[in-house]
Design a protein around this ligand. Structure first.
Ligand code: NIG
Ligand code: FE
Length: 418
């Protein structure tokens, strides 16, 4: 389907026009929306045309200031990574080795390792050091197609260090020319200084939130609702604080056990329930009613060698949109490619490559409350990737490698050389 700006001639000339690749527009509810020998046009950062060359309203060099002839390949909407913890200091390769020798993630966490070990490193790093360590990870994600990147706090666990993380996240967006959406995850783990006083810690989290929001550092609020995280009642208090500020919520829900997290986040009209391996049928039904997206994180599933699959068929039957994200973090998912997460979603969760691509584009955007990206349709942001592939299924087929020839955000090339 061609989408054309009704006022196309009024808005001529366009800033740019890319032609000669196969477009996968995802413009409709099903199918890739393939257009052979396709053209994208854009102006002021928004798409003005997405259709076949034959339907261009004139000669390409009369229409746009810059004409890019691509000579093959595929163009998709740029990728949206809607769940990451990409800002942190240090690494946890040692825990990886321990787990391979039989230790498990929950045991390590209860012994003061896991998230708290990254908290120690992150607190010790200056803002500049934290930026220097985190930037290469975000750059790797961008260079593999991501132009909208969600980044959570949650390794600071005190006001100053949570603030430092969120500031670094925003700076990453400016440095890389992509959009970073920040999520406050103060309720990620109980810091040592609040040991035995989780409710007191939640009091502090609820007090920090409006101050951080007042500095423009919070786009959404998350919590880790789990045996080794926070209870439903504590999570509810965090969500009530978010609601009082008009902030959307999302949740690490039912990752290691069924804790009714999905139903809770749905009750708050949440953007997404994430992980959801153990979500019950009632949880899925609540998500369907609320329009809450299921964010699948196959990287964590893979690294933790999990075996319980999310209720994928139930999501399909109840039409809960499924997103796919990297969960990039030092413990459970040291994953630096969203395309690789799509590959894992196909192999472990049996998503179709089309579902995986939708999950990393239009449904990922929806999980962030964004409806201006994730498909190639006139009026949407000119965020797209030119891939060195013949067909979009290849994006989920190759393991590793570098397939993105060029990555565009708002009509500006932010990565790659054509
Ligand atoms: O999404 N589950 C909690 N949070 C992360 C893990 C963070 C960590 O281990 O550092 C996750 O898997
Ligand atoms: Fe996570």
């Amino acid at each position: 389907m061609t989408t054309r700006d009704p006022n196309a001639s009024a808005t001529l000339p366009w800033d740019g026009l890319a032609c000669g690749a196969t477009l996968a527009t995802l413009a409709d509810d099903a199918g890739y929306g393939l257009i052979e020998d396709g053209v994208l046009g854009w102006r002021d950062g928004l798409l003005t045309f997405a259709g076949p060359r034959a339907e261009l309203p004139g000669r390409s060099d009369n229409i746009a200031h810059q004409v890019i002839e691509l000579n093959g390949g595929c163009i998709t909407p740029a990728l949206v990574d809607c769940h990451t913890h990409a800002v942190f200091a240090g690494d946890r390769a040692g825990e990886f080795e321990q787990r391979l020798q039989g230790a498990d993630y929950e045991q390590i966490a209860r012994a003061g390792g896991g998230i708290l070990s990254t908290v120690r490193h992150t607190r010790a790093a200056s803002e500049e050091e934290l930026l220097a360590q985190s930037l290469p990870r975000a750059r790797a994600l961008r260079d593999d197609g991501v132009t909208t990147l969600e980044i959570k706090s949650g390794y600071g666990l005190d006001f100053d260090n949570e603030r430092k993380m969120l500031r670094v996240a925003k700076r990453i967006g400016n440095e890389l020319g992509i959009e970073v959406r920040t999520t406050f995850l103060g309720a990620h783990a109980l810091p040592q200084e609040f040991s035995g006083n989780a409710d007191g810690y939640i009091d502090a989290v609820v007090e920090w939130l409006p101050r951080l929001h007042g500095e423009g550092l919070v786009d959404a609020v998350d919590a880790f609702c789990e045996r080794i995280g926070f209870t439903l009642a504590q999570t509810r208090r965090v969500f009530e604080a978010a609601r009082a500020l008009g902030l959307p919520v999302k949740l690490h829900a039912d990752q290691l056990s069924d804790g009714d997290g999905a139903a809770l986040v749905a009750e708050f009209g949440g953007l997404s329930a994430d992980h959801v391996e153990y979500t019950s049928q009632a949880g899925v039904a609540a998500m369907a009613r609320a329009g809450t997206v299921a964010v699948l994180l196959p990287g964590a599933f893979h690294v933790l060698r999990e075996t319980t699959l999310p209720p994928l068929d139930e999501f399909r039957v109840q039409q809960v949109p499924m997103a796919v994200a990297t969960d990039c973090n030092p413990g459970t998912s040291p994953l630096l490619s969203l395309r690789q997460a799509m590959q894992l979603a196909c192999t472990h969760f049996r998503l179709t490559p089309e579902e995986a691509l939708r999950g990393a584009t239009v449904n990922g955007a929806r999980a962030l409350g964004l409806d201006d990206r994730g498909a190639l349709r006139v009026g949407m942001r000119a965020d797209f990737v030119h891939w060195r592939v013949r067909q979009p299924a290849e994006l989920c087929y190759w393991l590793g490698g570098s397939l993105a020839a060029a990555v565009y955000a708002g009509g500006r090339r932010v990565s790659g050389f054509v």
